[in-house]
Write a protein that binds this ligand. Structure first.
Ligand code: FEO
Length: 399
């Protein structure tokens, strides 16, 4: 795939990772991903970010096609995570840039990753502007969006912002721009990415979106380092989506996530789901045996309620549910109603353990239901009533 000239003398020189299914070791990426990076051919040729190390060969090939016999003068490193800075040491050795610009936290992360001695690193805190010839680049630290070192680079002459992970989606495509692909799919993948990677930093997202608004940046192109880029009116669309995601306004929707040994907890989950559906709530019933925690989190993200289920196992809950609860709590979802269900044989700690997780996430808890061994008609009736109580709480929250 050739480099793509996205603006006059500004080239996308990224790599498409068609086979990536495990993103960063914790999230699924069912459609693959891309590592976007850029080469600006100005008086001082500037490379913005690199790509994952396994694409070093592709990167060199892409650079060669654009660079010809010129040299790269400057590197701008917006983020040090290895999917973007994976080729940094190799690229410095090969291209010998005069300057490497990064944020204050980026410099620290660069040192901790590469333990370099004599790289020409120059720290560029928010507000710093450099001239690369006909164009300028200014830098805005976007700390914790989603690492402390994260930074956005803006070129006022071109009205283009290189936003690194912000606005990214994991989607390996032959197209480069959002206006060339299916919008529904794009939005779904952007939401999936946000729910699993950016969600805990939602307050920072809101602050950053406000800051960008106050700065009155003219935007003609938003270039994230993953997936499709946005141009024209789509820049505003992407920013509005991020504000919507960060606000975490719940929909009239519930996720029931559970694991089951001998189907008792599963029967309880189905009874709760029936009541929710009968009350007009959209429901996702997700067994941890068949759903990855990142897929569950994608559904939890815009749901008003999360019902968690596990039988008691060794005085606790089943391991797949422990994994799910740890993952969910780490992503700090807000504005949720929670409730627990579970069967037990003798000690019966399951709903207590699950409810503790819900309390730890500051959820509004609806009374749990637990059942000894196998639920009978009356026990399933209690689950149905629990579902109705959850539906009432959802309506009170959403209507
Ligand atoms: Fe796409 Fe934070 O790496």
């Amino acid at each position: 795939m050739k480099p793509v000239e996205i603006k006059n003398d500004i080239f996308w020189i990224g790599s498409v990772d068609w086979n990536r299914r495990n993103f960063h070791g914790y999230s699924n990426s069912p459609m693959g991903t891309t590592y976007n990076n850029f080469l600006i051919m100005d008086e001082n040729v500037t490379l913005v970010d690199t790509v994952a190390e396994e694409f070093w060969g592709t990167l060199q090939c892409n650079i060669a096609q654009v660079l010809g016999d010129r040299k790269i003068d400057y590197f701008v490193i917006n983020h040090l995570e290895p999917d973007h800075a994976g080729c940094l040491a190799l690229a410095i050795e090969k291209y010998q840039p005069k300057k490497i610009y990064t944020s204050p936290m980026g410099q620290k992360a660069m040192m901790a990753h590469f333990h370099y001695k004599d790289w020409p690193v120059e720290v560029v805190p928010t507000g710093t502007e450099i001239c690369i010839g006909k164009r300028h680049l200014s830098f805005i630290e976007t700390r914790m969006l989603h690492w402390p070192d994260s930074m956005l680079t803006y070129c006022p002459e071109e009205k283009i912002a290189f936003t690194n992970d912000a606005f990214g989606q994991n989607w390996a495509t032959s197209e480069r721009f959002a206006d060339e692909v299916d919008r529904y799919k794009l939005e779904e993948l952007m939401r999936f990415y946000y729910a699993n990677i950016v969600l805990p930093y939602s307050p920072v997202v809101l602050k950053t979106m406000n800051l960008l608004k106050e700065m009155n940046l003219e935007l003609d192109m938003l270039c994230p380092d993953h997936g499709l880029m946005f141009r024209g009116e789509d820049c505003q669309w992407a920013m509005e989506k991020y504000v919507e995601y960060a606000e975490q306004k719940p929909k009239k929707k519930a996720v029931i996530v559970y694991d089951s040994m001998w189907h008792s907890t599963e029967k309880m989950a189905t009874a709760v789901a029936s009541a929710l559906v009968d009350e007009g709530v959209s429901v996702r019933l997700m067994s941890m045996k068949y759903n990855h925690h990142s897929e569950v989190m994608h559904e939890v993200f815009d749901s008003a309620a999360v019902i968690v289920g596990s039988p008691t196992h060794n005085n606790g809950i089943l391991p797949l549910m422990s994994d799910m609860m740890t993952y969910m709590k780490g992503l700090r979802p807000q504005n949720k109603i929670g409730s627990a269900i579970g069967s037990f044989g003798w000690s019966g700690e399951c709903v207590k353990v699950l409810t503790q997780w819900l309390n730890d996430m500051n959820m509004e808890v609806v009374d749990p239901v637990k059942v000894k061994f196998v639920p009978d008609h009356d026990a399933l009736g209690k689950c149905y009533e629990q579902g109705k109580a959850i539906a009432a709480a959802i309506k009170a929250k959403c209507d």
